[in-house]
Write a protein that binds this ligand. Structure first.
Ligand code: NI
Length: 184
């Protein structure tokens, strides 16, 4: 089965505010499983539903999975959270972030150092997670996606505009190359 496509900046669907999930249906469970597959395949350490075009409040995170020499994950421990919310924050740190939806770019972002997160699992059971450092950053990054926020919104205007210019140039080039490619 083909993997779901990850939407990329400047796709407008990444800017939608996602809806809370009122009922965990089979469709939601399938979406969560699909999101894990995409995350390990890319590879990434987290993914939010809007990145695969679904505007619902669902994220998956796995900050410490290991892969073998072929890059295949051998130790998966994905955390799936439905309707996640940050209920407590402590401290700040600067972390270099990247995003599967923002190709070829990374930048330092200021985040909370520790966060307490509440949501539910796929059975609807309440979950509370206390996350620090990388894990805390990852949760904040993924939860931003649910509000249509990308990490490039949290960097200086100058850095962002340089990236946007470069990205537009890249897309133009892809379009030109695509248009001139032979069609079979
Ligand atoms: Ni992201």
């Amino acid at each position: 089965m083909a993997l779901r496509e990850v939407l990329q900046f400047p796709d407008k669907r990444l800017r939608r505010v996602s809806e809370p999930i009122s009922e965990i249906t089979d469709e939601i469970r399938t979406l969560a499983a699909d999101m894990c597959e995409v995350m390990y395949d890319e590879p990434g350490i987290g993914l939010a539903a809007p990145q695969v075009g679904e505007a619902v409040r669902l994220i998956v995170v796995d900050t410490d999975w290991q892969s073998n020499e072929d890059g295949e994950p051998v130790e998966r421990n994905p955390l799936t959270l439905v309707n996640p919310e940050i209920v407590e924050r402590e401290g700040t740190l600067i972390w270099t972030e990247a995003c599967l939806s923002v190709p070829d770019f990374e930048a330092d972002v200021e985040r909370s150092e520790k966060v307490r997160i509440r949501g539910t699992d796929l059975e609807g059971n309440p979950v509370e997670i206390l996350a620090e450092e990388l894990k805390a950053v990852c949760f904040q990054h993924e939860m931003d996606h649910l509000d249509g926020v990308l990490f490039i919104d949290r960097i200086s205007r100058l850095k962002r505009s340089l990236y946007v210019k470069r990205r537009k140039k890249q897309l133009r080039r892809e379009l030109e190359e695509g248009a001139s490619a032979p069609r079979g």
